[in-house]
Structures are given as structure tokens and as C-alpha cells.
Ligand binder design. Structure first.
Ligand code: NAD
Length: 351
């Protein structure tokens, strides 16, 4: 199959196929667009069943990073890396070192960070061989919370402020007494429950691990729901904070909420699900706009900044979402379509 004809190719600027014989590393680095600045995006390690599957994933993810960075107001482009293989079986120090050298060979056009299957420890090994690794130390923290470079606290805060402004736009209300159904109580979801609790909202929560649910119930007065029942909760907001592609015609038909606003990446099973939400009068916060807190955090760790500047930047997520909602109303379009339009306007105009 021709890479240039690939269905996800979409004008990628640079693709690097990386192989290191000694460590066995097989990886692909994709740089989608650098009009606004060097590309930034995580490095994922995954047991892809084929090279094609890995290529498809890296192309899709790096393009997504261009849109996310543009909407987050960063002078940054979009890129991503994937390492082919099961992290629990083949990850070695030698493999991480080789990956660091490949990232370095691109001379800063691609800045790597954490993604599934990778840890801050792995990135630190890569950073021994490249200065183009981000998210390995946190100088600025939201609310003084200790962070090791994992941007989840910032993502959770960004989702919280974005959810708040989406509720204001859709329901003309603050969060007092608002009911939020949250799917997934991991690094982001549990922190979101805490923010909502402090703001006077009630969370209906689910996770496949009961201990995560117990924490939300005991610490933040949340109400437990079975995983299969989360779409049916009679709430105001649905906040997907687990996996992607969960909004499809069947789940959307079950929703009783007026707002969808959560952290998960790629929430829409297909782009036309955005229109289905609109048809049901559900205001959808486009995922890559509301969950940009992580990339904003990583960006601030790389530049001379401050706790206050990072927090103010995270809070601008709500302004960006409102811009999307106003234009979507004016043009009578789904919010995901409008977010794409605004992102394209931004990154097609060179910095
Ligand atoms: P995480 O792995 O820490 O948490 C995900 C949680 O979802 C886990 O507790 C898991 O048990 C639960 N879960 C999985 N399947 C479920 C199901 N079917 N029903 C209910 N719960 C289920 O991940 P995270 O860091 O909290 O990220 C959550 C989502 O947000 C992911 O989609 C991630 O890609 C996205 N995201 C995260 C960040 C970040 O900074 N961590 C940034 C941007 C986007």
C-alpha cells in the first residue's frame, strides 16, 4: 500500500520509520503539520497486530494533535510516535534509548511526551539521548498538587472549567445542584469528581474497578452506577473519562442529558455522531478542545512560565468552547464540525 495514498495521510509533512536492530525497536514517528511550531505529541507503545494498524494509528493521532494544539492556542504543531510491541513484554532500557536517539535525529521537529504504554520513567531514559522530550518534570502545578510530569491534574482542571462553561451556555446555570454522570475514575475522572464536589454538583460515577468507585463515593459523596447503566442516568451532563468511540447511535439514543463534556479522546464513534447529538439538543464539548489541559501543561513546563500563567491558559479552554458554541449556533452546525473549522483556520495561517 502506498503511504502517500493512505486514507489517513492528510498532507502529513514527515513520516519516519525507525528500526534499531540491536534493541529490536520498530517505531513510526509522524509529523502532521508544523505551521504553528514544532510538532508535539505523545509516544504510544502498543501491541499492534500489523504495521498497517500502527501506521493508521500514528497518522490519525498526529493529525489530531495539530487540531488540539491549534485550539489550545499553542505555537505548536501536531505529531505522534508509536512503538510496535507489547510494553509488558518487550520494553527494555535499550529500546527506550534507541527511541530517544530517533526522536533526536529529527532535530526538534518532533517533541515527544507520554502516552499509553509509556511512563515518565521511560521518557526520562529517552531524554538521556534527546533534549526533545517533554512532560518529565513539572515545575508548575495546578493547586500546588505534587506532579511528576503526568499532566492529568491539568487535564482534569481544564475539563472542569470547560464543563462549567458548557453548562452555562446550554442551561444558563452554574454547577450548584447539577448532576453529572462520569464514566471512568482514573487519573482524570476522579479529580473531576473532586472539582465538581467542591462546586456543589452531584456525580453519578462508574468504573470497571470497584475500588475507584469506592473512593469517589466515600471522599466526594458520589453515587455509584453500574458500568452498563451510565448512559441511562437521569443527569444534566455526561462526562466520558474512560475510553474513546463511546458515542454511537445506540448510546446517544439512551442519553437523557443536555450536555456531553468529558476527557476521553475520540469520543465520537464517527464524525456524524456530532450531528446526532445536535439533533437531540445535546451540547457536545468537542473532546480535543475540552481535554487540552494536558498539552497546555506540557507546553508550560517547556517555557519560562508560572503557576498563574498555566492556570490562566487552562481557563481559556472555556473561552474557546464558547467561541465554538456561538459559531455553531450562528451556522446551525454541529460543534465538532465548527471546532475543526476554527482549528484549520488557525493552523493554516502560519505563525
Ligand atoms: P486512566 O487510565 O487513568 O483512567 C481511565 C479509567 O476508566 C480507569 O479507571 C478504567 O478502569 C476506567 N474504565 C475503562 N473502561 C471503562 C468502562 N467500560 N466503564 C467504566 N470505566 C472504565 O486514564 P486517564 O488518564 O484518567 O484518561 C482518561 C481519558 O482521558 C482517556 O481517554 C485519555 O486518553 C483521555 N485524556 C487523558 C489525558 C491525561 O492528561 N491523562 C489528557 C487528554 C485526554
Amino acid at each position: 500500500m502506498s503511504v502517500f495514498q493512505h486514507i489517513e495521510f492528510d498532507n502529513h509533512e514527515h513520516l519516519a520509520f525507525c528500526h534499531d536492530k540491536e534493541s529490536g525497536l520498530k517505531a513510526i514517528i509522524a509529523i502532521h503539520n508544523t505551521n504553528l511550531g514544532a510538532s508535539l505529541g505523545g509516544c504510544r507503545m502498543w501491541p499492534y497486530v500489523s504495521d498497517d494498524e500502527a501506521l493508521n494509528d500514528v497518522l490519525r493521532l498526529s493529525k489530531g494533535m495539530t487540531y488540539k494544539a491549534a485550539m489550545a492556542g499553542l505555537n505548536q504543531g501536531g505529531g505522534k510516535a508509536v512503538i510496535i510491541g507489547d510494553p509488558r513484554k518487550i520494553k527494555t532500557i535499550g529500546l527506550m534509548r534507541a527511541m530517544g536517539r530517533f526522536v533526536d535525529s529529527l532535530g526538534g521537529k518532533y517533541i515527544s511526551a507520554e502516552d499509553s504504554g509509556m511512563s515518565v520513567t521511560d521518557l526520562k531514559i529517552m531524554a538521556e539521548h534527546s533534549s526533545h522530550i517533554a512532560g518529565i518534570e513539572a515545575k508548575y502545578h495546578v493547586f500546588g498538587e505534587h506532579a511528576d510530569g503526568n499532566p492529568a491534574p491539568s487535564t482534569a482542571y481544564g475539563v472542569f472549567v470547560g464543563l462549567k462553561s458548557t453548562v452555562e451556555f446550554a442551561l444558563n446555570k452554574d454547577l450548584t445542584g447539577i448532576k453529572v454522570a462520569i464514566q471512568g475514575l482514573g487519573h482524570v475522572g476522579l479529580r473531576l469528581v473532586e472539582h465538581l464536589y467542591k462546586a456543589g454538583a452531584t456525580s453519578y460515577v462508574t468504573d470497571i474497578y470497584p475500588e475507584n468507585v469506592d473512593k469517589a463515593v466515600s471522599q466526594f459523596g458520589a453515587i455509584a452506577v453500574k458500568p452498563e447503566d451510565i448512559y441511562d442516568v437521569d443527569a444534566d451532563v455526561f462526562a466520558p473519562c474512560a475510553m474513546g468511540a463511546i458515542l454511537n447511535p445506540l448510546t446517544i439514543a439512551r442519553l437523557k442529558v443536555k450536555v456531553v463534556a468529558g476527557a476521553a479522546n475520540n469520543q465520537l464513534a464517527t464524525e456524524d455522531c456530532g450531528q446526532l447529538l445536535k439533533d437531540k439538543h445535546i451540547l457536545y464539548a468537542p473532546d480535543y478542545v475540552i481535554n487540552a489541559g494536558g498539552i497546555i501543561d506540557i507546553y508550560h513546563q517547556k517555557i519560562p512560565s508560572s503557576h498563574e500563567a498555566m492556570r490562566a491558559h487552562l481557563e481559556r479552554i472555556s473561552t474557546t468552547l464558547t467561541e465554538v458554541y456561538v459559531r455553531a449556533e450562528e451556522l446551525n452546525l454541529a460543534t465538532n464540525v465548527v471546532a475543526n473549522q476554527i482549528a484549520e483556520e488557525r493552523f493554516n495561517k502560519k505563525a
